[in-house]
Design a binder for this molecule. Structure first.
Ligand SMILES: [Mn+2]
Length: 358
């Protein structure tokens, strides 16, 4: 949003007050983000938990992980990262469930059971959502990161932003904007970041941990993925992948692969990028990026995934070759259709999904 966009701000203020009212009356509060949590999901959740604990008295706040996987290695330096509880081992009945960086219940995975036991639900998110739910849903797709919304919530509450909270939120914003390089890096993101540095966030500390602490095994995998990049459509589409064998051979871990899509998208002249990763259980996790105005989210949706116009993801069980064979034609169709249009092959694939689910 543009700084000074009064209508958005007043709507947001109203929703913040509603969320605060839910916190006021709750004692047992849980916070959870999406499966495969990234820097925004983890940083936003941790910051919000610390914010509530120190600004409100007598709240019992628990940060949940949607899955049984541990916190990805690169984010374990975040203040409070060791306090996460796996949703499957959480037995409470929360008064309030706050969902951050997510507005689709199914991507809560094992935390869905906790959601069902919760008396109230609030959503603070920036993913485009067609089915908002919960008692309060503040969903702003124009916000660069969920961390931006949490930072503004803190300001609206008049809460103290400690250096720990500031570091969590700075990490959220720097990772979701690709170090302030993606299309979503707007003045609001920079304003928030500036405010967070004033509050004690250390950009160099976060950069050191997130971008300059790769294990050699990961870098060896990166070189494999780099060596395998293929472009077509005159270089406008780039893709690469990592198999289970690649991971075994290099010793890289699945949760280290999140940055590999950035390697693929860095090819000169590429407008759309795809990276596929085979997970240990044989599923294929796909990351899609659009560097210009093309909307890539429809391709992810066609395979049951979702996300933003410029960054989205999906999971299939078809193997790498079959996934490439299915996804690449849709990417080609997105290019052919031009910005803002939804190409027919995507609509067809979406209707196939609906038939299958029905
Ligand atoms: Mn996010």
């Amino acid at each position: 949003m543009n700084v000074g966009d009064e209508k958005v701000f007043s709507e947001q203020r109203e929703k913040f007050a509603q969320v605060a009212a839910l916190i006021d009356t709750a004692t047992e509060i849980v916070i959870c983000a999406h499966t495969n949590p990234d820097g925004d999901a983890l940083g936003s959740g941790l910051a919000l938990a610390q914010l509530i604990s120190q600004h409100w008295e007598g709240k019992h706040v628990t940060n949940l992980l949607a899955d049984n996987d541990p916190v990805p290695r690169l984010y374990r330096f975040l203040p409070g990262a060791d306090s996460f509880v796996r949703a499957s081992s959480y037995e409470g009945d929360p008064d309030l469930f706050i969902i951050v960086d997510l507005s689709v219940a199914s991507r809560l995975n094992q935390a869905q059971a906790v959601l069902e036991r919760s008396a109230h639900v609030a959503i603070l998110d920036h993913h485009p959502s067609t089915m908002p739910f919960g008692d309060v849903a503040l969903i702003r797709p124009d916000a660069a990161a969920a961390g931006v919304i949490i930072a503004e919530f803190a300001l609206a509450m008049g809460a103290t932003i400690t250096p720990d909270i500031a570091n969590c939120l700075f990490c959220a914003i720097v990772t979701d904007t690709g170090r302030f390089q993606y299309q979503n890096a707007d003045s609001e993101a920079f304003e928030c970041a500036s405010m967070l540095v004033d509050a004690g966030a250390s950009p160099s500390l976060i950069s050191l941990n997130v971008y300059q602490s790769f294990r050699l095994a990961y870098l060896h995998l990166e070189s494999v993925v780099m060596g395998r990049i293929v472009t077509f459509e005159h270089g406008r589409i780039a893709y690469s992948y990592a198999t289970r064998k690649d991971l075994e051979r290099t010793g890289a871990l699945p949760d280290e692969c999140d940055g590999l899509i950035d390697v693929v998208r860095s090819v000169e002249g590429s407008e759309l990028a795809l990276f596929l990763k085979e997970t240990p259980d044989g599923l294929i996790r796909g990351n899609l990026r659009s560097k210009g105005d093309h909307d890539i989210s429809g391709v992810a949706r066609a395979f049951g995934g979702g996300g933003h116009k410029a960054a989205s993801g999906f999971t299939t069980d078809m193997g790498i070759d079959a996934t490439l064979a299915a996804v690449l034609p849709l990417m080609r169709a997105v290019l052919a259709a031009g910005p803002g249009e939804s190409p027919a092959p995507i609509a067809r694939q979406l209707s196939l999904n609906i038939d299958r689910e029905a």
